[in-house]
Design a protein around this ligand. Structure first.
Ligand SMILES: CC(C)(COP(=O)(O)OP(=O)(O)OC[C@H]1O[C@@H](n2cnc3c(N)ncnc32)[C@H](O)[C@@H]1OP(=O)(O)O)[C@@H](O)C(=O)NCCC(=O)NCCS
Length: 200
């Protein structure tokens, strides 16, 4: 019998700069206060939902085994810095989607996004047993694209004019990383994508 991949397990993952832990109701207040630059870079047109809706959203994430919603906690301050999500689990094809956001510019560029992405990729490939993880990144977000390429994501195509932002059309790039990309040059725990100090 083949094993069925699942996100039923909601782990806590620890790296050098960040701890990833399952989202909690109390995190919703921080999610409600995302900086406008984070909203722009994620192409979020709608105003944030009401706090009660966000609390219910975070409360109910534990009920789903086809997605994994983890809060990014900055180890140095203990602050909720953002969230990283594996979603759209496809059990037949061993694939899922990926998205990440940090609260705002004061958290950008300090290695938190790289650390969080590395931890969740290691979990997805090495513990869950996925084969493919994909994402979309807008053309006006070179910082995010750089992080993804650094960790092994490959550009697969472009959705032209996928976003209309303040009157300008913006392309969305589809990127994906496969298990062989992740393990390239090594094996579990010993590959170049995973710096030893960022491993559990
Ligand atoms: C995208 C995001 C998760 C990245 O996390 P981060 O903590 O800011 O990124 P890091 O500090 O780990 O790494 C940033 C890297 O990008 C590089 N970088 C910064 N600005 C850049 C630019 N304009 N072009 C190319 N690379 C850039 C940095 O040099 C660094 O690379 P290095 O480690 O090789 O030196 C974070 O910025 C974020 O949440 N942004 C807002 C929401 C968002 O964009 N989400 C992703 C949607 S697809």
């Amino acid at each position: 019998m083949t094993s069925v991949v699942s996100f039923a397990d909601k782990p806590t993952l620890e790296g050098r700069l960040v701890v990833l832990r399952p989202v909690q109701i109390a995190d919703a207040a921080r999610l409600a206060g995302l900086h406008e630059e984070t909203l722009r870079l994620t192409g979020t047109h709608q105003p944030p939902p009401r706090l009660e809706e966000l609390e219910e959203w975070y409360r109910s994430r534990a009920d789903y085994d086809d997605r994994l919603d983890l809060s990014i906690i900055e180890k140095a301050t203990g602050e909720w810095a953002g969230e990283v999500v594996l979603n759209d689990l496809n059990r037949d094809n061993l694939s899922c989607g990926f998205r990440i956001l940090l609260v705002g510019p004061t958290y950008f560029g300090r290695g938190l996004g790289t650390g969080a992405t590395r931890l969740v990729l290691a979990h997805a490939f090495e513990s869950v047993g996925l084969h493919r993880i994909e994402l979309e990144v807008y053309a006006f977000n070179p910082r995010a694209r750089h992080v993804y390429e650094k960790l092994g994501f490959v550009h697969e195509g472009t959705k032209r004019h996928a976003l209309l932002w303040n009157g300008d059309w913006v392309d969305a790039h589809l990127m994906a990383i496969l298990a062989p990309d992740w393990y390239e040059g090594g094996g579990p725990g010993g590959h170049p994508r995973a710096e030893p100090h960022d491993r559990v």
